[in-house]
Design a protein. Sequence first.
Length: 155
Amino acid sequence: MIRKIISSPVMALIGRIILGSIFIYASIGKILKPDQFAEAIKNYRLLPVESVNFFAVILPWIELIAGLCLLIGLFSKGSSLIIALLSLLFLGAIVSALIRGLDISCGCFSSREINKINFFYFIRDLFLFLLASQVLIYDQGILSVDKLLKRNISR
């Protein structure tokens, strides 16, 4: 029963919509305020200081483009893979911060988040990773641009 639900193409469509929306939303504040996002990244103390600004500018655009592609179903496999990899990256950063006892904000949805990193963030990002994996494996292109393009090419 659970396996049937997880492997359902309709669930993959729902997952595409949820993930796309979440990653689009998460990218907006970071794109508008890259300096604040750079500060959030710096607080994790995982990257050389010289590379923080690069990641603060590039990462939100990757989130936005992958989110938009998932939402409309364009390059769904590649976009869900990117989202899964980003989720793993975020999981690693959160675990590292928790293990080191860093008292920092996540910077996940807003660069000026009030809430400090806790175990909930780990669970949330693990869920996002699993959802992206489900979409990657089971998406069949329901209501997708990919399916429309494929249909038009084969005519």
